[in-house]
Design a protein around this ligand. Structure first.
Ligand SMILES: [Zn+2]
Length: 390
C-alpha cells in the first residue's frame, strides 16, 4: 500500500519524500495499516516505489490479495500524479470506514465524488460488484480502469473481452465505454462507442493517449460514432456470420434453428433486419439474429400493413455492475426499424407496420440487402446511442 497512518492517525505516503527523509522517517516514525491498525513496514529501495507492507503474518483484508504487485502500484501512482497535475485534490488510498473500502484514488469532479479503482489482477466478479455497490450506496461514482494487461485488440476496431473484463464496461448517456491504462508504456486507452458483436467481441473506436496529453473531460465527453466506418465494419461482420457455419450453438439456439428450418427458413437467409447492431445487445445472452428473428416471425413478417405491432419479447437479461439496468433494450432496435422505413411510431409507445419485409432467396441476395440496409442506416438522421427515449 502507498499510504498508511502515522502515530497521530494522519494518513500519509512517502511518495514525495527524498531517500534521506525516508531513511530518517523509518528510524523515527511508526506507521499503521488504516484497515486493521497493525504496525506496517516501510519498504523503499532503488527499484521500488516507497510503500508500506504488513508483516508476513496478517489476516488483514487490505492484504487479502497478497499485495497488488509493482505494475499496479506504478500505474496507480502515475494516475495519481496525472490527476494532481490536472488540478484535482486527490486522496491516495483513503480508507472509507463507513463501507470498509479503500479505493486507489478519491477525488471530486463537477461536484461528484469519484473513486478511481485501477484493476490489474483478475478478482472474483462478486468482489468487483461488492466494491461497486458499496461506493454507489454512499453516493460515490465508481470509476474503474483496467490494467493494460487486460487489453486484447483483435483488429483496428475490434476488442475481445472475457466475462470478467466485460463487467468493467461503463454506460454513459451516449455510449458504452471502457478504460485501460498500461503502467509500462504510460498509455491510456479509451474504448468508446462500444457495440457488442458476439458474446466476447466488441466493435469500438479506440483512443490512445500518453497520460500528459490527456485531460479528464476527454474521457467522458461524447464522441459521435463515425457511422460510415461502423456500418462498413458491421456489413463485413454480418457477411461472416451468414457464411460461416456455427460451431458451438447453445441448446436454445439449436432449437430456434430447427424451428426456422421447419418454416422453410435458414439463418443465413434471414433479412438484414435480423442482423441489426444495438448497444443494448450486451444485456442479452442471445446473439442478435436469434432474438431479432424471433421478433420478425412472431410480430412483424405476417402482420398486415398499417396494423399495430408490439415488438417486445421476454428477454433473458444480463446485468453489469456499471451499466444502468433501467435501459430499455428494445428502443434502439425499434429506432433502427423506423430509420429503415419499415415501421412508424404512432405515439410514444405504439408502432405500426408501414412496409412489407422482403426475404432474400439466396446468400448473394441477402448480402446485397445488407449492403443496402447498412448504407441506409449510415445515412439515417436518427440517433444511434445508448440514451433513453425522452
Ligand atoms: Zn492491515
Amino acid at each position: 500500500m502507498l499510504s498508511a497512518l502515522d502515530r497521530n492517525g494522519r494518513s500519509c505516503s512517502l511518495i514525495h519524500n527524498t531517500k534521506e527523509e525516508i531513511r530518517q522517517l523509518k528510524q523515527n516514525e511508526n506507521y499503521y495499516c488504516p484497515v486493521c491498525k497493525e504496525k506496517v513496514l516501510v519498504r523503499a529501495g532503488k527499484k521500488v516505489i516507497p510503500h508500506f507492507s504488513h508483516f508476513a503474518k496478517t489476516n488483514c483484508l487490505a492484504n487479502a490479495n497478497g499485495g497488488e504487485g509493482a505494475y499496479h502500484e506504478s500505474g496507480k501512482l502515475q494516475l495519481y500524479h496525472w490527476l494532481c497535475r490536472l488540478g484535482f485534490h486527490v486522496k491516495l488510498e483513503p480508507y472509507i470506514e463507513q463501507i470498509s473500502q479503500r479505493p486507489d484514488l478519491l477525488f471530486e469532479f463537477h461536484g461528484k465524488i469519484m473513486a478511481l479503482e485501477y484493476q490489474c489482477a483478475t478478482i472474483p466478479l462478486e468482489e468487483m460488484e461488492k466494491r461497486t455497490s458499496a461506493f454507489k450506496s454512499i453516493g460515490i461514482y465508481p470509476f474503474w480502469i483496467l490494467g493494460g494487461n487486460h487489453f486484447n485488440r483483435m483488429s483496428t476496431n475490434t476488442i475481445r473481452l472475457n466475462t470478467f473484463q466485460q463487467s468493467f464496461i461503463h454506460s454513459f448517456p451516449h455510449d458504452l465505454r471502457m478504460f485501460f491504462f498500461c503502467a509500462d508504456s504510460g498509455h491510456f486507452l479509451v474504448c468508446k462507442n462500444m457495440i457488442p458483436k458476439g458474446k466476447k467481441s466488441f466493435f469500438t473506436s479506440i483512443h490512445s493517449s500518453k497520460l500528459p496529453n490527456l485531460t479528464f473531460p476527454q474521457l467522458f465527453g461524447p464522441i459521435p460514432l463515425n457511422r460510415r466506418t461502423f456500418y462498413t465494419h458491421w456489413a463485413n461482420y454480418v457477411k461472416k456470420v451468414r457464411t460461416t457455419p456455427v460451431r458451438h450453438p447453445t441448446k436454445a439456439e439449436l432449437a430456434w434453428r430447427n424451428e426456422l428450418y421447419r418454416k422453410g427458413m435458414h439463418p443465413s437467409l434471414l433479412p438484414s433486419i435480423c442482423y441489426l447492431p444495438t448497444p443494448h445487445q450486451i444485456l442479452s445472452s442471445d446473439p442478435p439474429w436469434f432474438w431479432q428473428s424471433r421478433i420478425l416471425l412472431r410480430s412483424l413478417l405476417d402482420a398486415p400493413l398499417h396494423s399495430r405491432i408490439s415488438l417486445r419479447l421476454p428477454l433473458k437479461q444480463f446485468s453489469f455492475p456499471l451499466i444502468e439496468s433501467d435501459q430499455d433494450p428494445w428502443t434502439a432496435y425499434m429506432d433502427r426499424l423506423v430509420d429503415l422505413g419499415l415501421i412508424e411510431m404512432t405515439n410514444s409507445l405504439q408502432y405500426r407496420k408501414i412496409r412489407h419485409i422482403k426475404l432474400p432467396a439466396t446468400v448473394d441476395e441477402a448480402l446485397s440487402q445488407d449492403r443496402q440496409t447498412f448504407h441506409q442506416l449510415s445515412q439515417a438522421k436518427g440517433r444511434f446511442s445508448f440514451e433513453k427515449n425522452s
